[in-house]
Design a protein around this ligand. Structure first.
Ligand code: ADP
Ligand code: MG
Length: 731
């Protein structure tokens, strides 16, 4: 009997929900306690320092050392009072997650050996040199020049985790190339701000700043810790590489609507309290469709901050899960046959005058502006659909896209019937028909009434990767483990470019003597026509859509390593270099890293799969087969031949099936290992990644199919790996 598995199951069943109490009755008492935000600054910085820092944050003024010193002193005092003894520059390398290196505040006052002082200078706040050689750079940093630097991002507040003051930073090479995901994101946000302000000023000259907003919906699985520990595949790859689906999974849809299980409810409360301490406005928590799958979402905020908060939340979620005897799975597809996890990115732009530019307005002017932003965004998504897909693609997310719950691997935009009717009407009418300016200089817009609240603003079919949902677009193709920076940098850059083009065309028409309103209307119309191919409200899973999308010229590539190429296409290079978001060198380097990461992920999965098969599956299957052989032999000695044949028929068939499957599995593992060996010799990262995709991955399916069949026939008591029903229904 497999004692490890059954002990884990037994222990898991005994676990009770932890008692979780809020740190205080009122959330506001401790909200943002661990963040060096404005409220904290007023206690630790002088008026002049706050003013100067605000100038840096909001207007991009340069940060001088004197100011940095003052901020650092205040930060250190605050952090020390809350128990911090160390500080770290926190950055977002090109691989998953975040990176940090902790340094203590201590230093010698003077010469080495003299008194120790706790020091945190402006210099340390502003810049640090982490050991960069262990982070991927795609060849930008050759080994003899391995230096990389982190630089403080004052627009995202510092915070305290355990005993460390954590400073959000960007990460770049000695020669100035970005080595992280934050730097290009900030540049893209800056570009979209400028471009959107210029367009907004066509409608309202008071607009001086446009911010991009992000509200992420973080999906995740929770698995009992003991069961998790007995699955080497979960432990090492974050997903199950084997496992037959449970007789019951999500077909009754009872998990989504059911009550949150008590151990999980305690976890959810705990993570909210933790999040509040970090000023993360967590708002929504609920069950998701798959068993043991859940979701967490904050109120939306400015993109750069919201991305950082998501990264912090993911690490808090991991930590808190352990406290509750769970392990957190952020992998996009931890289990075959049931829903994977995504992270819908709800995105919009808003002005400093308080207008959400994707929310329909009350007046004709407001609606002309609203339609302007819809049309420019559609144009951006159409032109850069391949890039947007590349921005969310990873080895993990490739499993989720195109599976039955998630968006397909083709980017299209859903608008809903009402907005579609509005755009169709505009496309057909002339500006003379649609725009009337009366004597009192009031604008009238003869387009169908734009309801402030859209009836069909919640597209529940989930098949659209980019859906309009009433006052925002929802980029749904983003994966659950992703850093949203990639998707947000691509989307905001694309929209910035489209807005710049829009403004230039309108300006040219005005210069040629057209009225502003007519000029805007004409360009909107042009954009609606040009981007029509991206609009699709139907079923994204259907085969007809795949054919249709290809006809429309949308990118239909499904192989992840090939999809990454969209970053270095002519249109993408133009986009990023024109806006100053990424250089060609940076773009090429990033793809190298993507291919390298892809190869490593598949390589690890291949190894783990091989080990599981050789150490778990084949030994158990053959042991069970020996039992069957014993049984057949005993039948043969106990009964006359013809009777014995009849009685042992079933077990004989099982014996044969086990032999055949074991042979198939073993052969596939051997061939997979051989293939990996030969593919590893390929030098070019792209070709290697493609070979892993085309030649290595197909073995995974053959192996899994046969192992899962064995799982069905081998004695349950002997099976060592916890089964899907145990992983998914014990909580
Ligand atoms: P759903 O109906 O998709 O579950 P929710 O109402 O839970 O959506 O909201 C999803 C996320 O969208 C939340 O984080 C919410 O704050 C965010 N959101 C709402 N309006 C906007 C907006 N204008 N821009 C960006 N995000 C928004
Ligand atoms: Mg949503």
């Amino acid at each position: 009997m497999s004692s490890l598995r059954f002990n884990a199951v037994e222990e898991a069943f005994k676990k009770k929900a932890l008692a979780v109490c809020p740190p205080s009755k009122f959330t506001s008492d401790y909200y943002g306690k661990y963040v060096f935000n404005k409220a904290t600054m007023v206690k630790y910085l002088s008026k002049d320092t706050i003013k100067a820092l605000t100038n840096v944050i909001e207007k991009g003024a340069t940060l001088d050392l004197a100011l940095a010193n003052q901020v650092a002193a205040g930060m250190k005092l605050w952090a020390t009072e809350l128990g911090a003894t160390h500080y770290t520059h926190w950055f977002q390398p090109l691989t998953d997650g975040t990176a940090e290196k902790h340094d203590s505040f201590i230093d010698y006052v003077g010469a080495p050996g003299e008194e120790i002082i706790e020091d945190f200078s402006g210099k340390l706040l502003v810049q640090q040199e982490p050991d960069a050689s262990s982070f991927p750079s795609g060849g930008i940093r050759s080994t003899f020049e391995a230096r990389g630097y982190t630089a403080w991002d004052p627009s995202s507040p510092a915070f305290i985790v355990d005993d460390a003051l954590v400073i959000p930073t960007i990460f770049f090479s000695y020669t100035g190339e970005a080595l992280d995901l934050k730097a290009p994101l900030k540049k893209a946000l800056n570009a979209v701000d400028k471009a959107a302000v210029a367009v907004c000023q066509l409608f309202d000259p008071n607009v001086k700043k446009v911010r991009a907003f992000l509200g992420w919906e973080q999906e995740y699985f929770l698995i009992d810790e003991g069961l998790y520990a007995t699955r080497p595949d979960l432990l090492l790859t974050g997903r199950t590489l084997l496992g037959h689906e449970s007789a019951k999974n999500q077909q009754l849809e009872d998990h989504y609507f059911g009550a949150v299980p008590s151990r999980v409810a305690a976890y959810m409360k705990d993570i909210e309290f933790e999040g509040y301490k970090y000023g993360i406005p967590l708002k929504t928590r609920h069950n998701e469709v798959a068993p043991n799958q859940f979701e967490l979402a904050p109120i939306f905020g400015e993109v750069n901050l919201s991305v950082d908060q998501n990264l912090l939340v993911m690490s808090l979620m991991k930590k808190v899960a352990r406290r509750h005897g769970f392990r957190l799975l952020l992998h996009e597809k931890p289990f075959a046959g049931i829903n994977g996890s995504g992270k819908h990115n709800n995105w919009s732009l808003g002005t400093d005058t308080g207008v959400i530019l994707y929310a329909p307005g009350k007046t004709a002017e407001e609606n002309l502006q609203f339609i302007t932003f819809i049309a420019t965004t559609l144009k951006a998504v159409y032109k850069h659909n391949a890039l947007l897909k590349a921005s969310i693609m990873t080895a993990q997310n490739a499993h989720r896209l195109g599976a039955n719950e998630a968006p397909p691997a083709i980017i299209s935009a859903f608008l809903g019937s009402q907005l579609t009717a509005v755009l169709d009407k505009i496309e057909k009418s002339t500006s003379e028909e649609a725009i009337i300016i009366d004597d009192k200089k009031k604008l009238k817009l003869d387009i169908p009434h734009i309801p402030e609240v859209f009836l069909d603003n919640t597209d529940r079919n989930r098949t659209s990767p980019f859906a309009f949902t009433g006052n925002r677009f929802e980029f749904r193709a983003v994966g659950s483990s992703a850093n949203c920076s990639s998707a947000m940098a691509a989307l905001n850059s694309a929209v910035a470019e489209s807005l710049i083009e829009f403004k230039a065309l309108v300006d040219a028409k005005i210069a040629a003597g057209e009225t502003k309103e007519h000029a805007i209307f004409e360009v909107i119309k042009q954009f609606i026509k040009e981007s029509k191919a991206i609009r699709f409200d139907g079923n994204g899973y259907s085969d007809e859509w795949k054919v249709e999308a290809a006809k429309r010229g949308l990118d239909c590539e499904t192989s992840a390593p090939v999809i990454f190429n969209a970053y270095t296409s002519k249109t993408s290079k133009e986009l990023f270099t024109k806006l100053g978001v990424l250089t060609e060198v940076e773009l090429e380097a990033r793809n190298e890293v993507k291919w390298e990461t892809y190869v490593k992920k598949i390589q690890i999965e291949g190894r783990v799969l091989g080990d599981l098969v050789l150490n778990h599956i084949i030994p158990v299957a053959t042991r069970y087969q020996s039992l069957l052989l014993d049984n057949v032999a005993k039948i043969k000695t106990s009964f006359p031949a013809d009777k014995a044949d009849k009685l042992s028929k079933l077990n004989t068939l099982l014996i044969v099936e086990i032999s055949e499957r074991v042979e198939t599995i073993k052969n596939a593992v051997d061939s997979m290992v051989d293939t990996r060996r030969s593919v590893n010799k390929i030098e070019h990262e792209y070709e290697k990644a493609v070979a892993y995709h085309d030649k290595v991955i197909p073995y995974f399916d053959i192996i899994r199919y046969n192992v899962d069949k064995l799982e069905l026939i081998v004695d349950d008591e002997m099976w060592t790996l916890p089964k899907y029903r145990e992983l998914l229904f014990i909580r």
